[in-house]
Write a protein that binds this ligand. Structure first.
Ligand code: SAH
Length: 514
């Protein structure tokens, strides 16, 4: 007996990957085949198992969609092979998405299917542009319409007479090519020319842009701004509420494209911080971390933990490499029982906490100087200090602590090296002028950035804001001929993200049209 497959018609939501439903994501996680198109956020594909077959059926630049019949056949064929198929569709599958046609075909073929609704573009665009689609004081009815030019029908299927005055809020999908006709017909059939209109493109993504006008002037405004699809057109008095309710586009980093230079392991957390403020983050790691060439010093330190007073760790990487090595040596957390652990800052402390360890001491300013001051204050004469560190770390901690009478072991715990790839990509991003800012969160990221780009690093950065997490990183940047525009007063990722927000808040957006 051949196994029976099933097709899930899943709404991917409007663009923001967070706007897929929980059930939709569950379907993706179980998918063996994912058939997706242009408007579904490709990031959602990461939810599907790595082995799942991914088939793109959307239109590519200049080319047309795959014929619907072909998509129908593809879905049926994979399901008949016994596969769990997810047909991932932008927005909601049953709103102008031809999901109805796909479902009818599957029914005809006797193939089981389920439908998972999605947040449709019109609802999402309204929410993210600050437009309540209904409001008791303005309107009590809402229409979703297609403004698509169908050469055979010429939009004759819309009853303008009734729409113009019979429905409060009108939301047009696929209407940009027919905007002039839409505005003209609505006014001709009795809608006031001063009725407000908002056009929202790439809603819910970092590329969202909103253009407002009235039925009388919106066409001219769209031409002047060269505003392009995909966009929804919202017509109605409720559009006026946007003046009070816009929020998405007002987040401090909204519309900024920022480059993160952190290592692949460390990019994630920071990226989330920036995205929460509205930024689009491009990550090109300038750092990869590797084990030391020789573990001897670290292993000696591990063997001597029972006699150690302080263990100093100055990065989440240090926590990771140290604990991995500890375990590789057949030891576990109990080896640290009598040792006071010093973490340089909250991120290192959090990395320890994630492993079940509490940092005993964290300095106030989250820097090497702070560690020295803290331990100096406690008195370290005759104390044993173990400080396994990154290869090129400054020698401030061991030097100062020894001067204070401590016995310090400071072997190399990990090395940061130049990643093999990324130079080309960096150059292309900067040459294409597609970045608003570049962010350095360690001296080594600056050094490698300059090595990856070579001599013209500084000139490639002209017009791009440069952000540094703190004084040592800034000093390295300046030494290498780079200008630094943004530096937070405290050296944490949160403060850096906030400083970026303050810097960009009132600057005009650069990339409105791509
Ligand atoms: N099934 C989809 C609609 C598909 S029709 C849904 O429910 O949203 C394609 C049209 O949807 C586009 O022409 C555009 O009008 C609209 N659209 C889809 N995603 C959009 C987005 N992120 N921002 C603005 N409009 C979008």
């Amino acid at each position: 007996m051949t196994p029976v497959g099933r097709v899930y018609l899943v709404g991917a939501g409007p663009g923001d990957p967070g706007l897929i439903t929980v059930r939709g994501r569950d379907c993706l996680r179980r998918a063996e085949v994912v058939v997706y198109d242009y408007l579904a956020n490709p990031r959602l594909l990461d939810e599907a198992p790595p082995a799942a077959e991914r088939i793109y059926v959307g239109k590519t630049r200049g080319l047309h969609h795959r014929p619907q019949e072909e998509i129908n056949r593809l879905l049926a064929e994979r399901a008949k092979q016994g596969k769990t198929v997810v047909r991932l569709k932008g927005g909601d599958p049953y709103v102008f998405g031809r999901g109805g046609e796909e479902a009818l075909y599957l029914r005809e073929q006797g193939i089981a299917f389920e439908v998972v609704p999605g947040v449709t573009a019109g609802f999402a665009a309204a929410a993210y542009a600050g437009i309540p689609l209904t409001h008791r004081d303005y309107t009590t009815s809402l229409g979703l319409l297609t403004g698509h030019e169908n050469p055979e029908k010429k939009m004759s299927s819309l009853d303008w007479e009734k729409l113009a005055t019979g429905v409060g809020t009108l939301v047009f999908y696929m209407g940009m090519a027919n905007l002039e006709l839409i505005a003209r017909e609505l006014v001709r059939h009795g809608r006031a020319p001063e009725t407000p209109v908002a056009i929202v493109r790439w809603a819910t993504t970092p590329r969202q842009r909103t253009l407002c006008g009235t039925l009388a002037d919106i066409v001219a405004k769209v031409e002047a701004a060269r505003f392009k699809p995909p966009a929804v057109i919202i017509v109605g008095e409720v559009v006026a509420l946007r003046a009070h309710l816009a929020w998405f586009e007002q987040r401090p980093l909204f519309g900024r494209r920022l480059l993160s230079t952190r290592s692949a392991e460390q990019a994630g957390v920071f990226q989330e911080l920036l995205e929460a403020q509205g930024a689009e983050v491009v990550s090109v790691p300038t750092i990869a971390t590797l084990a030391p060439l020789d573990w001897q010093g670290v292993d000696e330190g591990i063997a001597a933990l029972a006699r150690t007073d302080y263990l100093i760790l100055t990065s989440a990487n240090a926590v990771r490499f140290f604990l991995e090595r500890l375990r590789a040596r057949g030891r576990d957390l109990r080896a640290l029982a009598g040792v006071k652990i010093v973490a340089v800052g909250p991120k290192t402390a959090a990395a320890l906490a994630a492993q079940g360890l509490t940092a005993d001491l964290v300095p106030e300013n989250y820097q090497a100087e702070g560690v020295v001051k803290l331990l100096g204050g406690l008195g370290v004469t005759g104390k044993r200090v173990f400080y396994p560190h990154a290869e090129l770390a400054r020698d401030l901690i061991p030097r100062e602590l020894r001067a204070l009478g401590a016995e310090v072991q400071d072997p190399v715990l990990y090395r940061t090296v130049l990643p093999e790839r990324g130079g080309e990509e960096l150059r292309r991003l900067l040459e294409d002028r597609r970045l608003d800012g570049v962010i350095f969160t360690a001296s080594s990221t600056v050094e490698n950035f300059v090595r990856m780009l070579g001599e013209d690093a500084a000139s490639l950065l002209s017009g791009v804001a440069v952000a540094s997490i703190g004084p040592p990183t800034t000093a390295t940047a300046r030494k290498l001929g780079l200008r630094v525009d943004i530096e937070p007063s405290a050296s944490t990722l949160e403060d850096l993200a906030a400083a970026l927000g303050d810097y960009f808040r009132d600057k005009p957006l650069r990339f409105a049209q791509d």
